[in-house]
Structure formats: C-alpha cells, structure tokens
Design a protein around this ligand. Structure first.
Ligand SMILES: [Ca+2]
Ligand SMILES: [Ca+2]
Length: 119
C-alpha cells in the first residue's frame, strides 16, 4: 500500500481530528472509508487497531502542533479558535471514539465501522 502524500494525510488527519475532538461533526463518505482504512491499516490486516488509529491521529496532532509544545492551542486549530487540546487528552478522546465506533467490540475497526457516523 502506498503511503499517502503528506498533504493528503494532513487533510485527512485534520478532518478526523475534528471528528474525534467533537469540534466539527463530519460524516465520512461511505465511498472513501475503504481508502481511509487502507491508509490507517499499517498492519495490512484489513482492519484498524486502536494503536494504528492513535498512531495515525497522533501524526495529525503532531502536524497541527506547530510549536511542538504537546498542546494544540486555539492558534494552531483550523479557524484559529477552539479549546486547547493536549496530546494526552487527544489520545484519550481517540480511544473513546474508537471504543464507540467499534460496534461489535472486537477491538478493531473494519471498513463499515470506520464509515459509520460518529457514535
Ligand atoms: Ca502547540
Ligand atoms: Ca469492530
């Protein structure tokens, strides 16, 4: 699987970051969920583990944390406003999102679960 371009990754990661932090409600298009899964699924087993999910989203966090202080503050958020988010808070929010999306509670997100609206 080809690794996406940095630009595409940041765009995608930013969208999911916003979903994960509840700043913006976005329903991923069903047609693109397979592509999302392919990009996140670094183990190539057709599903996304919590570690893969957090690693992917952590990458987006790192890109957004321009000054590298471990906190994405309002200045660094799209639109320049919003509540500051620490990496620990971000990871906790990601885990909560992951658990909610994992409808069958098998510890992985498949394409269908990834495509589901935020729970
Ligand atoms: Ca920062
Ligand atoms: Ca699952």
């Amino acid at each position: 699987m080809a690794v996406s371009s940095p630009t595409g990754s940041v765009l995608f990661g930013t969208v999911l970051f916003l979903v994960a932090t509840g700043l913006h409600a976005t329903t991923p298009a069903v047609g693109s969920s397979r592509d999302y899964l392919t990009r996140m699924d670094t183990g190539h087993d057709g599903r996304v583990s919590l570690a893969e999910f957090q690693a992917w989203m952590g990458y987006a966090f790192a890109r957004m944390d321009v000054d590298g202080d471990g906190i994405v503050n309002a200045r660094e958020l799209p639109g320049g406003r919003g509540k500051p988010v620490s990496l620990a808070e971000h990871r906790a929010a990601l885990e909560a999102t992951f658990r909610r999306q994992d409808r069958d509670h098998d510890g992985f997100l498949d394409a269908r679960e990834l495509a589901a609206p935020p729970q």
